[in-house]
Design a binder for this molecule. Structure first.
Ligand SMILES: NC(=O)c1ccc[n+]([C@@H]2O[C@H](COP(=O)([O-])OP(=O)(O)OC[C@H]3O[C@@H](n4cnc5c(N)ncnc54)[C@H](OP(=O)(O)O)[C@@H]3O)[C@@H](O)[C@H]2O)c1
Length: 193
């Protein structure tokens, strides 16, 4: 299980009921972020390119749903739908296509956890707003054993189950990767060993 979401939300921040977490897309990292946010009593914003996936995220407890295909300036929408506050925590998964909008949508004193590079490497963000909002960027690459144990304790306490999209047998592993590449999945893809 990947631990980036937990490290970002609990070890390098203190996710709680006053938070508004924004996750980008409906892949494995984003949906675990959503589950953690709801279990911690926070509000959650989910971005997706698919109305169907947004409906599924809503069923998981997401509070604000934004289709980033039909609303490409989702940063403005985040500010509007949070009464101008923005997101206090953002799991930044997109890279060049999303980085500037994350900076535009972060709340005063908020945090952006730099985790993913789904749209490539090398964003060139304008950091001016980060400075004026007293916001932070956290560089995240997995976590420690201690973080893992804290995360597992939280998962057990709240009885969280990963959102698994589909399980492939080991000898169909290449089909699992094709499925991941197609981005039709919702949550995690499992290869059984
Ligand atoms: N730092 C680390 O240690 C660490 C650990 C784990 C993962 N990662 C990275 O984190 C990223 C996410 O991992 P994952 O396993 O969750 O990936 P994933 O399951 O492949 O996520 C794919 C989903 O991301 C969404 N997406 C793609 N482009 C987007 C965009 N421009 N705006 C918003 N959402 C977009 C899409 O959601 P919709 O279909 O809903 O539109 C897509 O289905 C990857 O880059 C991965 O390499 C880093």
């Amino acid at each position: 299980m990947r631990r980036t979401g937990a490290t970002s939300l609990f070890a390098r921040s203190t996710l709680g009921q006053d938070d508004i977490l924004l996750v980008q897309g409906t892949g494995g990292v984003a949906l675990f972020g959503l589950q953690f946010a709801k279990a911690a009593g926070a509000r959650a914003i989910v971005l997706s390119s698919s109305e169907d996936k947004l409906a599924r995220a809503k069923a998981m407890g997401a509070d604000i749903l934004i289709n980033y295909r039909s609303i490409p300036d989702w940063d403005r929408e985040v500010l509007e739908r949070t009464g101008g506050e923005g997101a206090t925590l953002i799991l930044e998964l997109g890279g060049p296509d999303t980085y500037q909008r994350s900076i535009n949508a972060v709340a005063a004193g908020g945090k952006i956890a730099q985790i993913g590079v789904l749209t490539g490497f090398g964003p060139k963000p304008d950091l001016g707003r980060l400075q004026s909002m007293n916001a932070d960027i956290l560089g995240i690459t997995v976590g420690s054993r201690e973080h893992f144990e804290v995360m597992n304790g939280f998962i057990a306490k709240h009885q969280l189950k990963p959102m698994n999209d589909q399980t492939f047998p080991f000898d169909a592993a290449s089909a699992a990767y094709d499925h991941l590449r197609s981005a039709r999945h919702f949550g995690k893809i499992v290869i059984a060993l």
